[in-house]
Design a protein around this ligand. Sequence first.
Ligand code: 9WN
Length: 444
Amino acid sequence: MSLPLPLAARAAYILRDNSNGVITKAAPALYPHQWSWDAAFNAIGLATVDLPRARVELDSLFAGQWRNGMVPHIVFDPAEDGYWPGPAEWQCARFSEDATSCPPTSGICNPPVHAIAVDKILAAAAAAGGRELEATTGWAARLYPRLLAWHRFLARDRVDRSTGLITLFHGWESGTDNSPRWDVPYANVTVGADLPLYVRRDTAHVSDAGQRPTDEDYDRYLWLAVEARRAGYDAGLLRECGSFAVGDVLFTAIFAAAGDLLAKLARVLRRADDAVELRDYAAQARTAVFCHVDKASGLAADVDLRTGAWLRTQTIAGFAPLIAGGVPGSLRQRLISQLAGPRWAGHPSLRWPLPPSTSPDSPEFKPDCYWRGPAWPVVTWLLCWALGRDGEASVASRFRSAALDQLADGTFAEYYHPMTGAPLGSHHQSWTTAVALDWLLSAQ
Ligand code: 9WN
């Protein structure tokens, strides 16, 4: 395939360079393994240049799926040793009968973007036609039972009965690790005296350690992993005894959006009963998200399930209803004007009119620190995708064009300083190249 743009060629080259042939490392040095939601975005990018490789990416991820249906947040590449905590810390196959031992995995999960990726891959195959279409249709039918098991796992083990939101037992499950969303629940986590000694590896791979979570954060991250292991990675036990449990509106919204698309696939595969079941999960998830919109701010709020308190923070997760889809018209317009308005993408001091991970008006805003302020291209992509799905083409296209300006320096950073535009975190981050490829090469 000929690549029309130098930026796309560079993105495709980097994405391939981050691959070992079957898995794409989330980033070359900082994250040398396959992450679950990264793999879904990476497959979306791969679908624009190499459909067979896009299919392999998801097959490799689902090779790590647990017997209970959970898709773990990391599938480790045994040939790589550069990330902590690794298989030796999780020891999943030793502590849970559900875990696979080959490949080794982590014991928690990530947002379920996968059915969105499958839908995009099928669309790319439909555009390609011929053999690719035939191969991709057969592949989707083979992957489908695994996707169904994944959604059933979330509905069975993770839906919180009182709020209807998906329960997370670790901030890493949200993918927005140190977001202010989790400050209050993390403050209530008391790290045990028997926390193992450890040496962080992540800070060696960024130009300034301040771009990463603090050591205090990491103590809690590791402690929650220890707790999960001691509970045998069992959701029932963690719900009873774990020290962190939150209802995540963004994760729940992604579950709703992906559930609709999986139900669509079920109908194509003539699995009518499954389609009804999946639509129900999606509808319930969507209702739960809408029920957690804070009337005063108009933003959705996560819930600390340990106390029942709503977590009213000014983070990008507040726009979860836009991702969930089916938002009543008036709420949708209110959310879109906020997103584009002066507290968010329209803030006067921003380098580009793109939504930062935390509002610059929030007291928790830190423009160079990870999920506390920087703009994440992958999040911009998710919002653009959802807005496009719901017929909001003009705002989606404005974000897309600003995001391509942001990426024009070719670093494909993990996240960007929203005011200076400086690339932060890892460079050559796979999912950043992937969303660039989708923006540049797929029909919008
Ligand atoms: C922990 C891989 C992942 C992303 C997450 C991002 C970061 C890991 C870390 O990197 O998290 O899972 O070590 O910081 O927060 O969203 O999936 O790119």
